[in-house]
Unconditional design. Structure first.
Ligand code: TRP
Length: 379
């Protein structure tokens, strides 16, 4: 029996952290044996929210690809490609856009939430405040600017409101509204049957299925499989400050971090606040360090850590040293593979070229079928 077609994508945000490894990548690696996998670096999706920072995209694509490959995403097993190398996806997106009611897109829960969230992030960025005299300027947080410097704000309240509103409009683009439709085009272009995603993406998959049914209903032809989500059991991975590990919080341990960096970050990691001295009993169940132990340390170290933290005999300094060692040795083969690959730019170029060729052939076939169904090509 032929393998089922699987499709998934990641926005090129640069180097991946161990949260990505535990959440998506490790899973993607395993799925390669069971499915015919298409893995895409979705650079157009990065544009939907980050069109003002395009200079970072080429590096981000490269760094992410290096992480994928070094973590075991294998170009001999899977088709690996950059979304924008496959223009057929854009054409399919356009065709689908003709039949998708805008209300379907506006009601996607991520849409409004994300607009708000992005506005919040943008507000956390630094802004230059010109001094009263005009020549110099001070660098402060946009949010501080808006909340705390009351005097300044009062004087400039109108300007502030205008700035806030224009940021909002800036994000409320046509492309951003179409984000989940573009994702649908990604999946349908290669006739993905199974899509491994996190919980937050379920509404996008539901929308994709609705679009498939609408296409079939309107054009009287069953062309696409209704893609099913494959929920990856993505654990909540805390960052070194205890908040969710995320690039925007700068609290990540990266897959490519060298040993000294790992040691430094582990030292900074927040542990149980009630365990102050060695001898104090700790609560591994709430400790970030113990969370990482569970995934990266071998037995019996994990159970010994749990026991000795609880009874107080293990201090945080030693416990962190043990964790650093585990992390360093678990990530060592990945880091080495990454280094070897990064010295071979021709290999990277070739992998993306071959991947794009394969994906283009598949997507072109789908596109031709879609155009026939729509009578844009003769039957
Ligand atoms: N929207 C997905 C995310 O943010 C990324 C994505 C784009 C995707 N296209 C896709 C995921 C197609 C699965 C299939 O995680």
């Amino acid at each position: 029996m032929p393998k089922k077609r699987l499709m998934s994508g990641m926005r090129p945000t640069g180097k991946l952290h161990i949260g990505h490894y535990l959440g998506a990548l490790g899973n993607w690696k395993k799925l390669q044996d069971e499915y015919d996998c298409f893995y895409s670096i979705v650079d157009w999706h990065a544009l939907t929210t980050g069109y003002r920072q395009t200079e970072e995209i080429p590096d981000n694509i490269r760094e992410m690809l290096l992480d994928w490959l070094s973590c075991g995403i294998n170009p001999d097993k899977s088709t690996i490609y950059v979304q924008s190398h496959i223009p057929q996806i854009a054409e399919l997106h356009l065709l689908l856009s003709m039949i998708v009611p805008t209300a379907w897109l506006e009601r996607v829960p991520t849409y409004k939430d994300q607009l708000q969230e992005l506005l919040k992030q943008r507000m956390a960025q630094k802004v230059h405040i010109p001094d009263k005299e005009g020549s110099d300027s001070t660098l402060i947080d946009q949010a501080d600017f808006l909340n705390k410097s009351g005097e300044y704000i009062q004087q400039h309240s109108l300007r502030e409101e205008a700035a806030k509103r224009s940021e909002m409009e800036y994000l409320a683009t046509y492309g951003f509204l179409g984000y989940p439709l573009l994702q649908t085009a990604d999946i349908l272009a290669v006739k993905g049957e199974v899509v491994p995603v996190g919980q937050d993406q379920l509404p996008h998959l539901e929308l994709a299925r609705e679009i498939v049914r609408r296409f079939h209903f309107i054009f009287k032809k069953n062309l696409f499989p209704e893609p099913e989500s494959l929920l990856s059991e993505a654990p909540f991975v805390p960052g070194i400050d205890g908040r969710k590990m995320s690039k925007s919080y700068s609290n990540g341990i990266f897959i490519s971090d060298p040993p000294e960096e790992i040691q430094k970050k582990v030292k900074q990691t927040i542990t149980d606040p009630q365990k102050i001295h060695k001898g104090d009993p700790g609560r591994p169940e709430i400790c970030n360090i113990f969370f990482y132990h569970r995934f990266f340390s071998p037995e019996p170290l994990v159970s010994e850590t749990e026991k000795n933290c609880k009874n107080g005999s293990l201090g945080c300094v030693e416990c962190k040293k043990n964790l650093s060692n585990s992390l360093i040795s678990k990530l060592a083969p990945i880091r080495e593979a990454r280094e070897t690959l990064s010295k071979d730019p021709n290999r990277i170029t070739k992998i993306l070229k071959d991947g794009a060729e394969k994906a283009r052939i598949t997507a072109q076939k789908t596109l031709t079928e879609a155009k026939r169904s729509m009578r844009l090509l003769p039957l």
